[in-house]
Design a protein around this ligand. Sequence first.
Ligand code: SAM
Length: 295
Amino acid sequence: MSFYSLTLPTAQFISKNIGYKLYKSFFVKIARGGVMIDYGNRNISWIVRRYEQLYNEEKGGWNLTNSDDGALDYASVEMEVGRFYYAFINLVGAKYVLETGTNRGYSTALIAAALKNKNKDGKLFTFDTVAHDHLFNQKDFDNIIFINENSITCKLDINIQLDILVLDSDHTYHTVINELIRYEKHLRIGGYILMHDTLYYDGVGLAVEQLINNHRFETITLESPRTHGRQSRCPGVSIIRKNSDDMRYPLVENQRLAKIARNMVPGETEQAESYVNRLRRKRLGTDLQAETVST
Ligand SMILES: C[S@@+](CC[C@H](N)C(=O)[O-])C[C@H]1O[C@@H](n2cnc3c(N)ncnc32)[C@H](O)[C@@H]1O
């Protein structure tokens, strides 16, 4: 038997089988709504995948009524943010996560899916004062514990150490700072806080300012893609790492900030600038001045 009679059928076999598999996986992805919705993960239920098909990438909103008039819903985080949460938890790993602001459960489902990849015994506690129709169900997401209560007034006692907090409830300074005060003490050192809308809502930005100024935390804020259909500022996401439990630096509701927050129109003032942006600019100005003086 010649060398060619052995290698040719092998080459044909490989090209036929591997080629067919590549072709098939590509078209299966297209049929599901595009390559973009493939997480390559069995823990993401088809309900979540279908929900993602309602996402308007240009405006960063959700076409929940499938209407042609372009009316979009902005309650769920942007799809890019949901996927970021998913990737983030896959990256850093976690066992216990606490979320405020479940809404329909888009962020909840992605956090829970990532959690399941990382830790079969992991749990996600998620709070909402309203029990919406959820994208997740108990069968696919048995690691989600939905708590139909107010995040800051509920009586629930947390007696576990949390790895990640995800805050996205009512976006006022009062609520956000009190969620931080209440739950951050249960967050382990080296754990993370993810916050949405920190560039859009000044009240949330004020709470982030406190974290930026507190020695116990490292904070970075990223722009996110939502435009709300106009050229207003984007929601933004802050990632905070807790580095210490040193109680010389407690988090408290700051009355000066509370007073500022009371006079703010949340996010809607086109010219208004979020607190986080203003703080960034102020710091940049000061750093540039210092640099000029020292050179
Ligand atoms: C912006 S939505 C959350 C979106 C969700 N993270 C997602 O991506 O689908 C805010 C939700 O927070 C809830 N909420 C507001 N204040 C709350 C509070 N103090 N405690 C619990 N839930 C609250 C609202 O009912 C609403 O459903």
